[in-house]
Every structure is written in C-alpha cells, then in structure tokens.
Design a protein. Structure first.
Length: 418
C-alpha cells in the first residue's frame, strides 16, 4: 500500500502533465482518466506478477500506450492536441510523437508548465494552490480540504470552478514567458509549501508524518530552481526551509514510533547532509533585496539546526525572526509559535501573556497544538491539573492516532495535580 501511494504521489502529476500536453488542456479529465487507468492496471497485474524492477517506467509505458490507443481510436489527434500539428497527422507518426513527449526532459518541462498553468490569473490564489495540489501533487479532495482547513464540499466547489477555468485555456503555460512566469510564481511557492507542510505535520487521519509528501515537495522545488527563471531568492529560501525541516524527519518519531517534540528529539539523528544543503540554499537566497516568509522561516529553522540542544538555542534571535514574520505574513499560528519562543526566553508566565494577546485567537479553537502549548506552559508553572485539562482538550481535537498518543502521554505527564 505504501509503495502504491508513494508511486502515485511521485508519478501521477508527471503522467497527467504529459497527457494534458498530448490531449490538450480542455481534456484534463481525459488525462486524469488515462492516468487512473494506468494505476488500476498496476493494481490488477502487480499482485500476480510482482512489482516490476522499475515501477515508474512501467507506469509511464502503460500510460503512453493507453494514450496512443485513445488517439487512434477517437481519430481526434489534431483536435486533442492542436499544438502538435503535423506530428500527429498520420498513424505512422503518432506513436513516435507520443514517445518523444514522454522523454525525461520533456516530462520535466511539462511538470513546470502544469505548475504554472494551474496558477491561472483569473483564479484566486487559494484556488490556484488547490488545483495544483490536486492535479500535480496527487492530493485527494479530503487532503486538499485538510491543507486549507476547509470542508470537503467547499473544496469540491473550488476545484470544479478552477478546472473549468483551466480547461478554458488554449494550451499549457509557456515557461519562456518571463513576465507571466514571475506573476504566477508566488502561487507555485505556496502550493509547494502546503504540500511539504501536509507531510511534515499535516492533518491526515492516517499519520502525522508522511515522508513521501515531504520528498515530493523537495523534488518539485528542485525542479523549479533548476530552471533559470525559477531560480529566484524566494525559491531558494523555500527549498532551504524544506531541507532544514526534512533533516529532522528521522527524529520526528521515537523508537516506538511515537511523535517526538522538538525539545525531546535526538539531534544526532538529524540528517547532516540535508542540514548542509539547507544552509547552502539559504545562503543562495540572500541575493537581492527580496525578503519573504520563506526566508524568515528558513532562518528560524537554521537557528534550531545550529543548536546542539534546546538550551543552547538562541531564543532571542528566534523571537526577533518571528517578529519579522508577523510583519510579512501575520497569522494566529505564527503568533502562537512566537509566544512559545518568548516562553523559552522569558519563562512560562510571559509565554501565556503573549498567547492571551493573540489577535483572532478564536481561529485557533480547533487547532490541537494551541491547547497543547497552553498545557506545556501551565505544566512548567507547576499547575498540573490546569495543564491536564488543556492537554485533554488538545487530545479531543487530535487529527490522527499519532497526535492522540502524543497528547495522551502529555496528559499522563500531569499526574500529581496542582
């Protein structure tokens, strides 16, 4: 099951992007259907014949052959893909033309085109990001809803409208168009950020940590900065943030498979190569005057990465960085994280004061780690019974068994009362 899900994450967007280029953007649904056919075929064949040595190549070949069958059967090659012109004008040229479009470098270009095609200027940014997560990153409707902290019904409507706009485009976005590229780039960044975030500490009911989503976000971000137009300071900063956080993944779960808080993680298990790569990317992001939320969040992650333990962390610097982040992209969650950093620097009483001063604090009412933060600070104050109630409230909002187990352990840590 994990293999199949990982393959879907990694390959679905690649296949859909190439098939959309072949069939035309107005036939996105057909591209999605052919992709789904390839995966269904794998689920039928692999249990009996075994998983092939190169499952990615197998899926690509299956989708490619299915695409040729569709084009031949419907005899609508020119209508489906007008930009291919004479390459599809005869049956003899059809298969070689499709073969050419399935080259590795062509697939990479199509993925970039699909990223930016999803970010149509007539769509609001939230719809752009939702479309990209759904089509290119393989998110289900429920997963998109979780990433946006929204309802399934609302996301279904948003995706339906977004797909209609997408289908109205004449062709996939041309990445050589520099001005339009720059205008759409922020939405692409946001989608990749949400993809990584969903893997690192998302709302999935199955697991609080989904490494395959983090890897997919890293891969797509690398695809972006490898392109000359995509190699911007913001792209480097976002990639740096992903690397620095992904470096902690080996320690996010303890030996028993339970969630481990940052303060309790065995930092010797943090990936030194990813930390070094993250720092290198952060250095590259410093060129030019641009300062984005990704720069600041990556800088916060770099401060944590440079500390041997929690006690050695430069909390004053982290609070200062959160102050900057609040000016760039304020939110109750950012304010909560800032308050936790203040508590580390000045003590739990000050941290609780900062939490009490958060604007729009009611938006945190369904966020389990708001109550968990209150619980931790009350526990540090020696108020065990009050802390226990906060941890119980957090446990009731847990989004999966991992979070529930972690918060249950915090409830038990409050034994003894006030």
């Amino acid at each position: 099951m994990e293999l199949h899900e990982h393959l879907f994450r990694r390959e679905a967007g690649r296949i859909v992007a190439t098939l959309t280029r072949i069939f035309g953007v107005e036939n996105l649904a057909l591209a999605e259907d052919v992709t789904q056919d390839a995966f269904c075929r794998a689920l039928e064949v692999w249990p009996f014949r075994g998983v092939p040595d190169n499952p990615s190549a197998w899926l690509m070949a299956t989708a490619k052959h299915r695409a040729v069958d569709v084009l031949r059967r419907e005899r609508t090659a020119r209508t489906l893909a007008p930009e291919l012109g004479r390459l599809l004008e005869s049956d003899e040229k059809l298969a070689p033309a499709v073969e050419e479009l399935f080259r590795t470098d062509a697939i990479k270009d199509d993925q970039l085109r699909m990223m930016f095609s999803c970010c149509h200027p007539r769509l609001p940014e939230t719809a752009q990001v939702a479309l990209m997560l759904h089509i290119l990153c393989g998110f289900s409707v429920d997963e998109v809803a979780g990433a946006f902290v929204s309802t399934r019904a609302a996301i279904e409507k948003r995706l339906s409208r977004a797909k209609q706009t997408f289908a109205g485009s004449e062709r996939l976005f041309e990445i050589a168009d520099a001005p339009d590229f720059a205008a759409r780039l922020p939405a692409v960044h946001r989608a990749l950020y949400l993809l990584f975030n969903e893997g690192y500490h998302g709302a999935s009911p199955e697991s609080a940590v989904r490494v395959e989503l983090c890897r997919e976000a890293l891969r797509l971000a690398a695809l972006l900065f490898e392109h000359p137009l995509g190699a911007t300071p913001a792209t480097y900063a976002l990639s740096a943030l992903m690397c620095l956080l992904a470096a902690r993944l080996p320690a996010r779960l303890d030996a028993a498979g339970n969630l481990s808080a940052l303060a309790d993680q065995d930092r010797s298990r943090w990936d030194p190569e990813l930390m070094a790569e993250g720092q290198l990317l952060l250095d590259r992001s410093a060129t030019g005057p641009e300062l984005t939320e990704y720069h600041v969040e990556a800088a916060i992650a770099a401060v944590h990465a440079s500390a041997a333990c929690v006690e050695d962390t430069n909390w004053a610097q982290i609070v200062s960085l959160y102050d900057t982040l609040m000016t760039i992209r304020p939110s109750p969650v950012v304010a909560l994280n800032r308050a936790i950093a203040v508590a580390q620097r000045e003590g739990p009483d000050r941290g609780l004061e900062e939490i009490g001063a958060i604007a729009d604090r009611d938006r945190l009412a369904t966020y389990p780690f708001y109550y968990a933060a209150l619980g931790e600070l009350e526990l540090r104050r020696g108020r065990g019974e009050t802390a226990r109630e906060h941890f119980r409230a957090a446990r009731a909002l847990a989004r999966n068994s991992m979070e529930r187990q972690f918060l249950e352990q915090r409830v038990e840590a409050c034994a003894g009362g006030d």
